[in-house]
Structure formats: C-alpha cells, structure tokens
Ligand binder design. Structure first.
Ligand SMILES: Cc1cc2nc3c(=O)[nH]c(=O)nc-3n(C[C@H](O)[C@H](O)[C@H](O)COP(=O)(O)OP(=O)(O)OC[C@H]3O[C@@H](n4cnc5c(N)ncnc54)[C@H](O)[C@@H]3O)c2cc1C
Length: 327
C-alpha cells in the first residue's frame, strides 16, 4: 500500500542566513516549512577563515529581530556562528542538517517532489538559498589537484616560514595575504589584473598596497598562473614565463553558484557574462512557478551584488508573494 506523504508549505534549500530568514518569515505567517542543509548550520560561514571579522556591524547581520551582541562593532566568525545558532533555537525552525538536495521535480498537481540524499518530500513551494561558497572558480591548470593547493583559507599557522602563492587580489585574497605575511609566511601574490581589486575594502587596500610597495609581500600583476608542481609554481607575465619556489598555493579567485543544480531543476540564467538566474525582483519567483530564489545566489557570477546586509528583504518578498497566491 502506498503511504501518502504530508505536504509541506515551503521547503527551503540551504541554512545560510537567507534560508534561516525565509524559515522565520514562514514561521511568522503560519506556513509550515522545512530547511534542508547539506552541511552544518550556516555552513558557508562555518568554512570562512577562523580569524575573520565581518565587514558589517553586528546589527546589520541580525535576523528575526534577535539582537546580535558582539564585543567589538564588527563581529567575528565565531560570534556569528553562535548568533545564528541562537536565532534558529529562538524561532524553533524545522531544520535537517547534512542532507543535500539533489533534485526537485514538478508534480501534475503543481506541487514539487524534493529529493535529498536521505529522502523525499512533497512541498507546495521551494526556496533556493544555496549561496555560492561551496563552488570555487577553478584554475583548470596542471597541478591544481595537488594537496598543497587550496581554494579556502583556514588559518596561518601551517604556513609559517613557507613559500605561499596567493592567487587573486579581491577582498579574501588581500586579507589572507596580509594575515600570512604578519604571521611569518613568505607571500607572493599572482594577480591576473593590473592592480589590487577596486572593490577591496578601504581599510585593507592601502595596507596591502604599502606592503607590496615596500617589498615585504611580492606581487606579480598582469600575471597568469599556468602550472603548479610539488616545489614550484610557473606563471606568465608580459609573455615571459617565470618559475618560483613554492610550498603552498591559495587560489582565492572567487566562487560561483551551483549552475548544474539550477539547470537541473529548470531555473534558467541570463546569457550575459553575469549569468544571473531568472527571477522577478518583486517576488523572487524564478521562471519555474513555485520555485523562489533568495540570498547571494541571486547575483549570479557577480557575487558581490548581495550580502547578508542587503538581502534580508528577499525572505519577506517571497513569503508575501506566497501568501497572496494562497489567499
Ligand atoms: C569571507 C567573506 C566575508 C563576508 N562578510 C560579509 C559581511 O561582513 N557582511 C555581509 O553582509 N556579507 C558578508 N559576506 C557575504 C555573506 O557571507 C553571504 O552574503 C552570506 O553567507 C550569504 O548568505 P546566503 O544564505 O545567501 O548563502 P550561504 O550563507 O552561502 O548559505 C547557503 C547554504 O546552502 C547550503 N547548500 C548549498 N547547496 C545545497 C544543496 N544542494 N542542498 C542543501 N544545502 C545546500 C550551503 O551548505 C550553505 O549553508 C561575506 C562573504 C565572505 C565569503
């Protein structure tokens, strides 16, 4: 005998700040919800550098009117982890951890069947809040698969007195290069552009530029990494091939939404170089009726378009639209 599955009002994919914010809005409006998260709570923030400090002040990161106290004006990663844990507890959200969503299929009656690695769920609406931090932009060069190469940075300790190549010159790369330098690593930045990124925060930019100018951090601009070997890295600059000694490579060249997943569930993206997923700005509903998108994933390849600060309204717009459809 076939067992009838209970239908949830809203299934949310991803328990980052935006998945949590959407769960709270659903809870406030008496809509049943379930959040499925492939890792730990706020998994992206959990994988941020251990010593990182947010660029936003704590009140700008608040969700669901739960006050965010931090010792300094800008909170640390650890404070944010504890804060979002308290928010989920306070709002009594319905959340399954370590349960990756792998497919979403429309049923004849308009509902969706969501398949995770652990089970299936029937839901009327789906909200995709999957961020981008799980998908680094790959270099696609020989040697990228060596153990000494990483697309994430944790802390400086293991790099003391080591030759470290930092690839990229955005916010993450410049902060990491500085931290490594101050902790005694020998840092070389290999940068495709002609200068440090325009979007680098105003309190970091002069610091990194001055360290480069004084020679305490080596930097090669207009340079393209071409090969990674056990003890060296090779790059081209002005048509010249240069090989330098190297122990570790930190390829901090940005991240991108999981386009394979979006395409599999039928969400299309624009054809510009920004590859922005198709959604209506007033409701955040995608080209698939009943599937909504929230948070930084909405920015496509322009990953600095949205942050926690400026995407809080996504959750409200989505739930208001769902309430209108249900009325
Ligand atoms: C180093 C760094 C510092 C930052 N500092 C700030 C700051 O100071 N202020 C600010 O406003 N913003 C900041 N941001 C941006 C901010 O982190 C992001 O805006 C925020 O984490 C995005 O929230 P989100 O919920 O949209 O996505 P995420 O936090 O990335 O959450 C997405 C979640 O979805 C999960 N997921 C993905 N795919 C699946 C799947 N198939 N099934 C189930 N779960 C899935 C992921 O594991 C993850 O937990 C920073 C970003 C970085 C990288």
């Amino acid at each position: 005998m076939e067992i009838e599955q209970t239908k949830i009002d809203i299934l949310i994919v991803g328990a980052g700040p935006m998945g949590i914010a959407t769960g709270i809005e659903a809870q406030k409006n008496n809509l049943s919800h379930l959040i499925l998260e492939k890792g730990a709570l706020v998994n992206s923030i959990y994988h941020f550098p251990k010593n990182m400090t947010f660029f936003s002040t704590s009140e700008k990161l608040e969700i669901g009117k739960v006050p965010f106290m931090s010792i300094h004006d800008k909170p640390t990663r650890d404070e944010a982890l504890e804060y979002y844990r308290r928010v989920v507890e306070f709002w009594d959200l319905n959340l399954n951890y370590y349960e990756e969503v792998i497919n979403i299929e429309k049923q004849e009656d308009g509902a969706y069947l969501v398949t995770s690695k652990k089970g299936t769920y029937l839901t009327q609406y789906v909200v995709i809040a999957t961020g981008f931090y799980g998908n680094p932009n790959m270099l696609r060069i020989p040697g990228e698969d060596l153990d000494k190469v990483s697309h994430y940075y944790d802390n400086a300790h293991r790099f003391i007195n080591q030759e470290v190549a930092v690839i990229g010159a955005g916010n993450s790369a410049t902060q990491v290069a500085l931290e490594l330098h101050y902790k005694g690593a020998h840092v070389t930045m290999i940068v495709r552009d002609a200068a440090i990124g325009e979007n680098v925060k105003y309190w970091i930019k002069p610091n990194i530029e001055n360290r480069i100018k004084e020679g305490s951090i080596q930097a090669y601009f207009n340079a393209e990494l071409t090969q990674i070997d056990e003890d060296t890295v090779t790059f081209t600059q002005d048509n010249e091939e240069i090989t330098i000694d190297n122990d570790y490579v930190l390829a901090l060249t940005g991240y991108q939404p999981d386009y394979e997943f979006l395409s599999q569930i039928g969400v299309v993206c624009d054809t510009s170089e920004k590859k922005i997923p198709d959604f209506k700005p007033e409701s955040h509903q995608t080209n698939q009726e009943g599937i909504y998108i929230a948070g930084v994933v909405c920015g496509g390849l322009q990953t600095n378009t949205y942050s926690i600060e400026n995407s809080m309204e996504h959750a409200k717009k989505i739930i208001q639209n769902i309430l209108r459809q249900n009325s």
